[in-house]
Design a protein around this ligand. Structure first.
Ligand SMILES: CCCCC/C=C\C/C=C\C/C=C\CCCCC(=O)SCCNC(=O)CCNC(=O)[C@H](O)C(C)(C)COP(=O)(O)OP(=O)(O)OC[C@H]1O[C@@H](n2cnc3c(N)ncnc32)[C@H](O)[C@@H]1OP(=O)(O)O
Ligand SMILES: Cc1cc2nc3c(=O)[nH]c(=O)nc-3n(C[C@H](O)[C@H](O)[C@H](O)COP(=O)(O)OP(=O)(O)OC[C@H]3O[C@@H](n4cnc5c(N)ncnc54)[C@H](O)[C@@H]3O)c2cc1C
Length: 663
């Protein structure tokens, strides 16, 4: 039967070359080809089916994840996929699994913190999955405060070993993904104790389970920490608990790039900053930023397509009702999220560049950009994950009642995504790191020239007193006007915090007292980074009919939406007047009208398969109602007309009510 495209009339309205936009979204023609090919491969393979996840018990769900991970590995090996292709395949399989931590943290930790010899020994085993690793840092008592970890690694010079031990209940490792039931090895973070002295936290490679029968090795107690938020969702992951009882490992299993312990029991610090022990977190925060645009664009794709299908009120002379996407309120909630998805895509790309740059510099013993890389990864991780988690929930509401159905894909997407606000650094804790960086920058003005993302602070004198030159709504389309408003706001908020801090005798006390304001200053700085990188992106040549124009519209929506949402900041710091704020709002409304005819094409440009979207509401052809109706009958509750439990619990109740009525 021929498939009817219920969204064809929407697609026909678009004013730009969607195929060219697909390439911009993917990053390059090569990235597009790869993504397109691998997503179709996964979608067409029944082995990767995922529509039954929310109905499985935890045990069945987990076993199914193990099956899929093994099947994905078999596919990767059988098809001789490259590392890049394999990573894409795991992405499109779209199921959190122990492999995320193996490839995403265990391997990078060895690469970043291991010596050349350690890398030569462990990486080939990890690449072939002959060992499976996890990243065991967080404990029951401490996650955010890494320096507060309690697990110990005490050097025994007699045997040339470290003794890994959990001295208290709160020192139990708690949360590491893959640890609960799968990992054979962990990078365990522990306090390094040599000759009775505590040298702080370091990583150690510890074998946890037998490679023969998977049983825990002597001295290891390990298990899963239990069910997490949502059905299906992140419960495919075996987040684990682990206790060490004087577990001995050879000395050469301490990751020794940053510091070393010699055979004689001497502690030595390399010529690299100690903070490199935190390097894996910097790497993963960068990947999480790149991932934010994927999660948000998925939710936005679902909500946009459904908003074009759904009609409510407004019928004229018996004609069709209004598509809900035509309501200005729907547009003012949806289109900023569409613009954010694009903004996060580009900031993710830029952050990847920054990370590659800092890694190359570190290899050449140039550590000058490390503080900025830390501040950018921490701050952007915080900003993009908060906005994405909130955005997915907003998309659920944008889909009305049907958004609450698991078959919309949105509840599971939210449940899987929302811990990103916590893992790899709680978002508030990370913003406080950015605030420290900002306060340090302000305190060193005139001594040290701010560069990179904080370079605008060189113009602090101008930014503290400049006046917004916008006179008409269209003036807000001028990138310089936008940029200056955002720079002035960020600079003024940081300087105000620094001035308030100077009133405290004890700077740490002041920092704690003013931390809520400092977090707001950090948000302003991070928003400026995203806005400025979006504007920079548009200064490049972008091929394809109308593509650049669409991106300009989205960039302006993203920026003016932030200005509107945070207008309290802009007004209270005197960067703009109420008149400017009102003109910005007028311009925003006009931009929504420009994006409206292109909305469906802009989400088509994400090139998501129906399999990956996993949503009836977001399906490409928009044929929502028959699919919803059919899916309802697939629910196991509808296996029988009369439910299990009727005779036990419903019938006696009904009978009793009849007797009561007769009395
Ligand atoms: C299923 C979908 C997922 C998709 C994701 C896609 C891919 C990702 C792949 C896999 C991921 C999958 C699942 C997620 C798993 C999550 C895993 C985890 O959660 S692992 C655990 C993470 N834990 C944390 O993030 C802990 C957060 N805490 C810290 O980082 C630190 O404790 C701290 C808050 C930064 C404080 O550090 P410290 O106590 O040392 O204190 P300060 O005095 O503030 O800092 C001193 C000094 O050091 C600088 N600094 C701090 N951190 C870093 C760093 N990382 N790099 C460089 N520099 C750093 C800091 O700026 C100070 O500098 P200075 O002021 O100049 O002295
Ligand atoms: C799904 C999931 C997967 C995870 N995977 C792993 C893993 O693979 N490996 C691993 O090692 N860990 C993992 N973690 C742990 C994760 O990294 C920590 O939970 C995270 O770093 C937050 O730390 P916490 O739990 O100690 O939060 P807490 O620090 O206890 O946070 C509680 C509250 O206190 C606030 N707070 C804390 N400190 C401050 C402060 N200084 N100033 C102001 N407010 C503060 C926070 O903002 C938060 O509101 C995972 C966690 C989750 C949820």
């Amino acid at each position: 039967m021929e498939r009817v495209d219920h969204l064809a009339h929407e697609r026909n309205k678009s004013e730009f070359d969607v195929d060219a936009m697909k390439i911009v979204w993917a990053g390059s023609p090569h990235a597009f080809e790869l993504s397109d090919r691998i997503s179709k491969l996964v979608a067409s393979d029944p082995g990767f089916r995922k529509d039954n996840r929310t109905m499985l018990s935890r045990k069945d769900l987990f076993k199914n994840t193990l099956r899929k991970a093994a099947y994905a590995w078999k596919t990767i090996v059988d098809l001789h996929l490259s590392e890049e292709e394999a990573a894409k395949l795991r992405f499109y399989v779209d199921e959190p699994a122990y492999t995320d931590l193996h490839w995403g943290m265990f391997v990078p930790a060895i690469k970043g913190q291991g010596t050349d010899e350690q890398q030569q020994k462990w990486l080939p085993l990890a690449y072939k999955m002959q060992i499976i690793g996890c990243y065991a840092q967080t404990e029951l008592g401490h996650g955010s405060n890494v320096q507060g970890l309690e697990t110990t690694a005490t050097f025994d010079p007699q045997t040339d070993e470290f003794i890994i031990h959990s001295p208290t209940l709160t020192s139990s490792k708690w949360w590491p993904g893959g640890l609960g039931k799968v990992a054979t090895h962990a990078i365990a973070y522990a306090r390094l104790i040599v000759g009775g002295r505590d040298y702080g936290v370091n990583g150690f490679i510890v074998q946890l389970r037998s490679l023969e029968d998977h049983s825990p090795l002597p001295g290891i107690t390990v298990g899963d920490i239990g069910m997490k938020f949502g059905n299906g969702a992140y419960n495919t992951m075996d987040n684990g608990v682990l206790q060490f009882d004087h577990v001995r490992i050879p000395r050469d299993q301490m990751l020794m790039r940053v510091s070393q312990v010699t055979r004689e029991g001497k502690y030595k610090q390399s010529d690299v900053p100690r903070q490199l022990v935190y390097g894996t977190m910097v790497y993963v925060r960068q990947t999480i930023v790149a991932d934010a645009s994927c999660a948000l664009s998925r939710a936005v794709c679902i909500a946009t397509r459904y908003s074009a299908v759904r009609r409510q009120f407004g019928s004229q002379n018996g004609g069709p009702e209004t598509q809900v996407i035509d309501y200005k309120t729907q547009q003012s909630r949806l289109f900023p999220l569409l613009a954010s998805a694009y903004a996060f895509r580009f900031i993710g790309e830029w952050l990847k560049w920054l990370y590659t740059d800092v890694t190359q510099r570190l290899q050449a013993n140039d550590f000058s950009t490390l503080p900025e890389a830390h501040a950018c990864t921490a701050g952007l991780k915080s900003l993009t994950t908060t906005a994405t988690a909130d955005g997915i929930e907003e998309c659920r509401k944008l889909c009305g009642g049907h958004g609450y159905l698991c078959s919309s894909g949105l509840p599971e997407l939210f449940a899987v995504y929302v811990p990103a606000c916590t893992y790899e650094g709680d978002n508030t804790v990370l913003l406080l790191q950015v605030a420290r960086f900002l306060m340090k920058t302000v305190s060193q003005l005139g001594v040290k020239k701010p560069v990179g993302t904080i370079g605008y602070m060189t113009r602090v004198d101008h930014l503290m007193q400049c006046r917004c030159g916008v006179q008409r709504a269209e003036d807000w389309l001028n990138p310089s006007a936008l940029l200056e408003a955002f720079e002035a706001r960020a600079a003024r908020m940081s300087v105000a915090c620094a001035q308030n801090l100077s009133n405290f005798d004890n700077p740490e006390e002041g920092f704690a007292e003013l931390s809520a304001d400092l977090v707001e200053a950090a948000v302003a700085h991070c928003q400026l980074i995203i806005v400025s990188k979006f504007i920079e992106k548009l200064q490049q040549e972008i091929p394809g009919k109308g593509v650049k124009q669409q991106l300009e519209v989205l960039c302006n929506i993203y920026t003016l939406f932030l200005l509107h949402k945070h207008q309290g900041d802009f007004l209270s710091t005197g960067c703009i007047t109420p008149k400017h704020a009102s003109l910005a709002n007028d311009q925003l409304r006009s931009l929504y009208s420009q994006v409206r005819p292109n909305a469906i094409a802009l989400v088509d440009a994400f090139n998501y398969t129906d399999h990956f979207l996993g949503s009836i509401l977001g399906c490409y052809d928009g044929n929502v109602y028959p699919k919803l109706y059919e899916a309802a009958w697939e629910d196991p509750l509808n296996d029988s007309v009369v439910p299990d439990g009727y005779h036990q619990y419903i019938r006696p109740l009904l009978k009793q009510q009849i007797r009561t009525a007769r009395l």
